[in-house]
Design a protein around this ligand. Structure first.
Ligand code: ATP
Length: 516
């Protein structure tokens, strides 16, 4: 039966000091299938994939490709063995063209005209065969995220990948881009490529995969055929208990406005990113902001949190006015009772070299409780961090571990725990559950609802429509720097929101309402 296996792992074991990240893992992946891998944050999924791709060396165990043991000591060995990987954070050279990125590091020489022209022909063949349409001369940084990911896939195929690993590929994609990606994966499968897909989104697992393997705390705990399972069972296998998918949200009367935005303009390079927008968020209310990425939601969060000055209008935050003339920086804004969970935890939420205990006080480090007269109160910081890590189930609960060495989902928990636990009056939160496992999503959602029930104002920006619809009381929709519509969450459904996000006419919306 081994001929039908694209890749097999036997007894893969890996430790990082005290952390036993992979415990004697066995895995069989059939050729020409889409194989899902799920598991809680820190379960060891990325470590296992990094071993297959040669980033890490296993302490024990074998990797077999086409039935033969292969020794993968680096990514070039993995590429030679027909393995390709699309990382969560793309590995592209931003100011190179698509073609240059695809060729980079391969035989033929970038500078040789003949090599370039051969590569162009091959790239076009791959693009046509796999439905990966792209302009070879486009500059990568000018492409939307979904197309940049396509370049990563093409790069792997160009290097002859027979097994393609995708680690959380949809975390940064819009729903439309996600749909496209799944069509591409189906076409890869139809042409015999094997896909290993890591995702926390169980809907995607159910829709796209043939088989699923479940990891928990470094172990492989189950292998199931997708056709014979469901989201609830997978969630229970991952977490070891039943998980509620539905958020409990009781009716609640909001109070006075804690955040008010009046005619706010944000300009960048002569272009208005926010065009005279106005709205309010009141005490005891969650306002959801929906929109296709790139329509001003990120600029809005950055303006409100003080990262970006505004060019016009007025923001009133917890009784304080911010205008173009009177800017407040992020530290000052935190000081007036505003918490901010940035959309991109790597760029704005954490400093990789810092320990978890330092990450936990970032932005709050001057507070009296973390300081003696002149020096930091290390004991207080350590104790505080330990308590919060336990409450939020950050794994490993080690305040001295470098931020970079936590798994992606645990890094996200560090950031959101830091902001929520400061008990701000206004919480600005971007993509709160990006990369977070199903059990942690349940917890994070509950904490956001608890804040609303305690009379706080929450502004929630998320690309997950399910998340917005289940948490928000009201939803505003952004398009091209404007607010193009508002809807209460009881009336919102995916179709109506989708049309609003595309800025469709009232007629279209009425039809959608009728058909919904
Ligand atoms: N370079 C490293 N040094 C120390 N510990 C590490 C390192 N890389 C990973 N770990 C630890 O190994 C464990 C497994 O991490 P891994 O990133 O594989 O989890 P994951 O299942 O991919 O999680 P997530 O869903 O959050 O991405 C975690 O406890 C993590 O902190």
């Amino acid at each position: 039966m081994t001929d039908s296996l694209a890749i097999e792992l036997r007894g893969i074991d890996k430790r990082f000091g005290e952390v036993h990240a992979n415990k004697y893992i066995d895995l069989k992946v059939n050729k020409g299938t889409i194989h899902g891998i799920v598991g809680e944050n820190g379960a060891g999924k990325s470590t296992l994939m990094s071993i297959i791709y040669g980033f890490y060396q296993a302490d024990a165990g074998d990797i077999l490709i086409d039935g033969q043991v292969v020794h993968i000591k680096g990514s070039q060995d993995a590429i030679d063995a027909g393995i390709g990987m699309v990382h969560q954070h793309f590995m592209l050279v931003d100011n190179f063209t698509v073609l240059e990125n695809v060729m980079l590091g391969t035989e033929g020489g970038m500078m040789l005209r003949q090599g370039m022209s051969k590569a162009r022909t091959e790239l076009q063949r791959l693009a046509t065969d796999y439905g990966l349409d792209i302009d070879p001369d486009a500059i990568v940084e000018e492409l939307p995220v979904g197309l940049q990911q396509r370049v990563e896939i093409l790069k792997a195929l160009y290097r002859g990948a027979k097994v393609l690993i995708l680690d959380e590929p949809t975390g940064v994609l819009t729903p439309q881009e996600t749909e496209h990606l799944f069509k591409i994966l189906a076409s890869l499968k139809a042409r015999g490529t094997t896909v290993i897909l890591i995702t926390h989104k169980l809907r995607e697992i159910m829709a796209a995969t043939d088989h699923v393997s479940v990891m928990r705390r470094g172990e492989m705990v189950a292998h199931v055929d997708t056709a014979n399972t469901n989201r609830e069972e997978l969630a229970e296998l991952m977490v070891g208990r039943k998980v509620r998918f539905k958020v409990e949200r009781e009716a609640h009367a909001p109070g006075k406005a804690l955040l008010s935005v009046k005619d706010v303009v944000v300009r960048e390079g002569g272009v208005d990113r926010l065009k005279n927008i106005s709205f309010e968020v009141r005490e005891g209310e969650i306002l959801g902001v929906a929109g296709v990425s790139g329509n001003g939601q990120s600029e809005l969060l950055e303006a409100l949190s003080g990262i970006r000055p505004i060019n016009g209008g007025v923001i009133e935050l917890n009784g304080h006015q911010i205008t173009a003339e009177h800017h407040m920086d992020p530290y000052q804004i935190r000081g007036i009772g505003v918490g901010h969970v940035p959309e991109d935890r790597h760029k704005m939420g954490l400093i990789n070299k810092f320990d978890a205990q330092e990450a936990f006080i970032l932005g709050y480090h001057r507070k009296a409780e973390y300081n003696h007269t002149f020096l930091q109160n290390k004991n207080a910081i350590l104790k505080d961090c330990q308590e919060k890590m336990d409450t939020w189930d950050v794994r490993p609960a080690d305040p001295c571990l470098k931020t970079a060495n936590f798994s992606g989902g645990n890094q996200q928990k560090l950031v959101i725990a830091r902001e929520v636990e400061q008990d701000p009056d206004v919480l600005l939160v971007g993509q709160p559950t990006r990369g977070v496992d199903i059990g942690a999503i349940e917890f994070i959602h509950k904490r956001i609802i608890d804040m609303r029930n305690a009379g706080k104002a929450v502004l929630l920006v998320s690309v997950e429509l399910d998340e917005i619809m289940s948490l928000a009381d009201r939803i505003i929709v952004m398009f091209d720097g404007n607010i193009v519509g508002e809807i209460s969450s009881d009336q919102a459904d995916e179709k109506t929101l989708g049309l609003m996000m595309a800025n469709c006419t009232p007629d279209h919306l009425q039809q959608a309402g009728g058909n919904a």
